[in-house]
Design a protein around this ligand. Structure first.
Ligand code: NAI
Ligand code: MG
Length: 364
């Protein structure tokens, strides 16, 4: 049967790049079975109009009618707004999308912004760590405090359950990525898959200790995981090494906050946030989502790079069991980037969102 994809453009350039991704999926038309699409509301602008950032109907139709979804970006107020909380965070919870998967790769044959080729997959735990938002503020009653001094606290949760399933996803993806690379290259001596476990357990020995030990223990669960070479890296030196020798990394798995920071940083290695896709993945559903935000500085000007969203659509297809269709999209995008004639301003070009999208569709 043809697949149904929910489209949630949400705010800012989400309203430009999600239609671009839709256009590419329409041009792809997998073996005569076109996708159907359902447009759904969410976001800060929707909140301002209606008082809800994530309507019940959006969640119900995603669960009941869709095989996967694409999310644009949300604008978040920098100060607390009564009644508002991020719809993408809520969606991850409602659909149990417990891992955020972010491939960061330079275009084959080029090295992007840096001088070295990058091809890594960052897997970020998506449900806990500091993102449980258990924050509070209290008066500072210590003897050194002045009147009015305050102390703010945040709890950090790392559970064995969440660490284990995220670890499992990471091992599975390391094995699958390796198999895909070997198949594509036709070589038998492709280096073994590598998994780097990121933590800071020299300081946070209990929370990050649970993360590290639980993720590493997953290797014993499945014979196919035995081939994966497991490494550990403290998050600070991870940043340093990632910029010095990005080619040293294959699959990287990290708790929520470290993973968030690492993956935005990694985007700098390939030239623009406008290139980097992600997917929120659970056992039964996936939501593709460009890594970038709503970019209010360029919204509504047909300037946004649609490639992050287009690649997110491909990543969604991969997670829906449509790897070949995903490959066709990646190749079309790479061809446009390599040709280098139609690039949006973030990549130093003058092309519009529409022109880049049309070029990708022509390549398909
Ligand atoms: P941003 O990612 O929206 O923009 C950062 C810079 O990158 C801006 O100069 C922007 O023009 C540029 N940029 C981003 N995507 C681009 C694209 N596709 N093509 C060309 N240039 C692009 O991050 P910023 O400015 O920190 O946040 C803006 C809003 O987005 C905030 O309200 C923030 O809370 C929200 N945000 C939402 C995210 C999400 O929905 N997952 C993630 C990050 C930020
Ligand atoms: Mg981020």
């Amino acid at each position: 049967a043809s697949k149904t994809i929910g489209l949630i453009p949400a705010d800012g350039i989400g309203r430009e790049v999600i239609p671009a991704a839709k256009q590419v999926l329409e041009a792809l038309a997998p073996s005569g079975k076109p996708f159907s699409f359902i447009e759904l509301d969410a976001g800060f602008e929707h909140f301002q109009k209606t008082g809800t950032a994530l309507p019940q109907e959006t969640v119900e139709r995603l669960k009941g009618e869709c095989d996967g979804a694409l999310f644009g970006a949300v604008s978040s107020p920098s100060h607390r707004v009564a009644g508002y909380s991020s719809p993408i965070v809520a969606l991850r919870k409602h659909l149990d999308l417990y891992a955020n998967v972010r491939p960061v790769a330079s275009v084959p044959g080029s090295t992007g912004a840096g001088s070295r080729p990058v091809d890594m997959l960052i897997i970020r735990e998506n449900t806990e760590c500091l993102y449980i938002k258990q924050e509070r503020i209290e008066a500072d009653t210590s003897p050194e405090a002045s009147p009015g001094d305050q102390i703010a606290w945040a709890d950090r949760r790392i559970s064995t359950r969440a660490s284990r399933r995220c670890g499992r996803m990471a091992f599975k993806m390391a094995v699958a990525r390796h198999a895909a690379t070997a198949a594509a290259s036709g070589l038998s001596n492709v280096p073994s898959p590598k998994l780097t476990v990121v933590h800071k357990s020299n300081v946070l020995s209990i929370t990050d200790g649970v993360w590290r030990e639980t993720v590493k223990a997953v290797q014993a669960e499945d014979p196919s995981f035995a081939a994966v070479k497991v490494e550990e890296q403290l998050v600070d030196s991870m940043v340093y090494r990632m910029f010095r020798e990005p080619e040293a990394f294959d699959v990287v798995v990290a708790p929520n906050l470290y993973g968030d920071i690492l993956s935005d940083g990694a985007a700098a290695l390939v030239g623009s946030l406008g290139l980097v896709p992600s997917a929120n993945v659970g056992d039964h559903f996936a939501v593709g989502e460009p890594v970038h935000g709503s970019a209010p500085d360029i919204a509504g000007q047909d300037k946004a790079n649609p490639i992050a969203a287009i690649r997110s659509a491909a990543l969604l297809l991969e997670n829906m069991g449509m790897a070949q269709e995903a490959q066709r999209i990646y190749q079309a995008v790479n061809a446009v980037l390599l040709e280098g004639k139609l690039l949006t301003p973030d990549l130093g070009g003058k092309a519009t969102t529409t022109e880049v999208t049309d070029a990708v569709c022509r390549r398909l």
